[in-house]
Write a protein that binds this ligand. Structure first.
Ligand SMILES: O=C(O)C(=O)C[C@H](O)C(=O)CO
Ligand SMILES: [Zn+2]
Length: 279
């Protein structure tokens, strides 16, 4: 498990491109036949990727979280951004298609990922995990793709028409901290999360997916009046500390998984920043 310590907005103006990328971009979570993970000390979120090929893969603990079982003191939301696959939690198997979400509660002992058609046209499943510490155990719950709480946002005239589906949230699948969903840009719309916002009470991570290999999302980060950008490729994640805006524009169509953890789960507890105030 890679470990990244928390950062302050004071550091951002002094960082060059490589410095920004090494702290905030998570570029290599998805590797065939492996589980890769990153622990950020921002709200102690763990981001992981699992790509099972010819053999199933288990999500296990690590020295960085001082536990043999990943879910000993944690919960997680898991979204499949690849081909069809299954997630088995303590003997119960969930068919997890592209874009579906499984919440796994604290105390789960054995969590196993498998692909249904790794060698076929669909390719291996690619499971994205966003986890946070949990004080109690909520039931493990599956939500099929698109079946959460849907919000239609933006306008084609401002190139930001998008469908936001909330899976794990206050009025949906219950959790201790993790709030999670998927936003899909409509054809021709390229801007996400504009107007941009911050939420000083929560850390958030975006994982961009379904982006063509030769396209990029220009992702804005930093304090609203001192922004920087990251060029982000398919299946790369960005860590947004509580003080950082998180908004992007793609050079092609894309979706992203957003996941948060922190003080509260109130989705609308955010501070908007008009583009005219941003620098
Ligand atoms: O398209 C959007 O806008 C989003 O998906 C916003 C994220 O859900 C978010 O940043 C929640 O805080
Ligand atoms: Zn946000």
């Amino acid at each position: 498990m890679e470990q990244r310590y928390a950062t302050s907005p004071d550091q951002v103006p002094g960082l060059d491109t490589a410095g920004l990328r090494s702290r905030y971009l998570v570029p290599d979570l998805f590797v065939a036949g492996e589980v890769r993970s990153v622990l950020t000390h921002h709200d102690r979120m763990v981001l992981a990727g699992a790509v099972p090929t010819d053999a199933p893969l288990d999500l296990v603990g690590a020295p960085e979280i001082r536990s043999e079982q990943f879910f000993a003191r944690r919960e997680a939301g898991i979204v499949n951004v690849g081909g069809p696959g299954t997630i088995t939690v303590d003997g119960t198997t969930y068919d997890a298609g592209h874009g579906s979400c499984l919440y796994v509660g604290r105390g789960a002992e054995k969590v196993t990922f498998a692909s249904t058609d790794a060698a076929g046209e669909a390719g291996p499943a690619r499971f994205y995990v966003a986890s946070a510490p949990a004080h109690t155990s909520y039931p493990t719950t599956f939500v099929a793709a698109g079946e959460g709480t849907v919000r239609e946002l933006g306008d084609p005239l401002t190139s930001n028409r998008r469908t936001l589906t909330q899976y794990i949230h206050e009025n949906g699948v219950r959790s201790c901290q993790v709030v999670m969903g998927v936003t899909q840009l409509h054809p021709g719309s390229m801007w996400n999360t504009m107007p941009a916002h911050t939420h000083d009470r929560r850390t958030e991570a975006y994982l961009y997916f379904d982006l063509p290999a030769d396209a990029r999302v220009v992702h804005l980060m930093g304090l609203p009046d001192e922004t920087r950008h990251l060029l982000v490729g398919n299946e790369e994640a960005v860590i947004s500390p509580s003080w950082s805006v998180h908004s992007g524009v793609g050079t092609a169509s894309y979706s992203f998984v957003w996941a948060m953890a922190g003080e509260n789960q109130a989705f609308d507890d955010m501070d908007g920043h008009p583009i005219t105030d941003m620098r």
